[in-house]
Design a protein around this ligand. Structure first.
Ligand code: GLN
Length: 192
C-alpha cells in the first residue's frame, strides 16, 4: 500500500514523515499521473488560494475527482479541507467538491494566527487530541452524510464522509498518529 501526499505547496513533508514513522510507503505527488501509483491521497495544509491555482495549472482537478469517485481515500488538512469542501461561506465552489461541508477560511480571525487546544474525541479514544490550528478554517455546516469525529467550541473540526476525511487543524505537526491511523484504516490497512 502506498499513500501519496500532494507536494505542490504547504506542509507535505510533515505528512510524509508521519506516514513513514507508521511504516507506510509515502510518495510526494507533483503530477496528476503519479496518482496512478497510490492507494490514498493527502492534501496538506498551506495556502488554499495558491493550492487551488497550482491544482488547476497542473491539471489535477479531474484526476483527483476521479480518484475519489473510485472510492480511494482522500484526507485534507486545513487548506486541504478548504479546497475539498463543497461550499465556501454558503456558496458552491466550482472545484473538487469532495465533501458535503460548508467551510469558511481564516474563521478564527486574523489577530490570533494560531492556537492549540486539547480536543476530546470518542472516535480517537480516551485521550484528547492536541490540535494545532494555523489560520484555520471552520466548518459552518455539513450534509447528512458527514460524520462528526471531533468538535471544538461547538464546531466540527474532524469529519468523515465515506472515503473522505478532513481536519481543520494540523495533525501532522504533533507526535500523535491517531488521525493518520484512522486514514490508514480507511485504506484497509490494519494498524496497531
Ligand atoms: N488560512 C489558510 C487558507 O485559507 C489555511 C491555513 C493552513 O492550511 N494552515 O488557505
Amino acid at each position: 500500500m502506498k499513500v501519496g501526499v500532494l507536494a505542490l505547496q504547504g506542509a507535505f513533508r510533515e505528512h510524509i514523515r508521519m506516514l513513514k514513522s507508521l511504516g507506510v510507503e509515502a510518495l510526494e505527488i507533483r503530477l496528476p499521473g503519479e496518482l496512478d501509483e497510490v492507494d490514498g491521497l493527502i492534501i496538506p495544509g498551506g495556502e488554499s488560494t495558491t493550492m487551488r491555482k497550482l491544482l488547476t495549472d497542473y491539471g489535477f482537478v479531474d484526476t483527483v475527482k476521479e480518484f475519489a469517485a473510485a472510492g480511494k481515500p482522500v484526507f485534507g488538512t486545513c487548506a486541504g479541507l478548504i479546497v475539498m469542501a463543497d461550499r465556501l461561506n454558503g456558496r458552491k465552489q466550482d472545484f473538487l467538491n469532495l465533501i458535503d461541508i460548508d467551510a469558511e477560511r481564516n474563521a478564527y480571525g486574523r489577530q490570533v494566527d494560531s492556537r492549540e487546544a486539547d480536543i476530546p474525541s470518542k472516535s480517537l479514544g480516551e485521550d484528547p487530541f492536541h490540535a494545532v490550528f494555523i489560520r484555520a478554517p471552520q466548518i459552518l455546516g455539513s450534509g447528512p452524510g458527514v460524520e462528526t469525529l471531533a468538535l471544538y467550541q461547538d464546531r466540527v473540526v474532524l469529519a468523515r464522509q465515506k472515503n473522505i476525511l478532513v481536519a481543520t487543524f494540523h495533525p501532522e505537526l504533533t507526535g500523535d498518529t491517531r488521525i493518520h491511523k484512522i486514514f490508514l484504516q480507511m485504506l484497509g490497512r490494519k494498524v496497531r
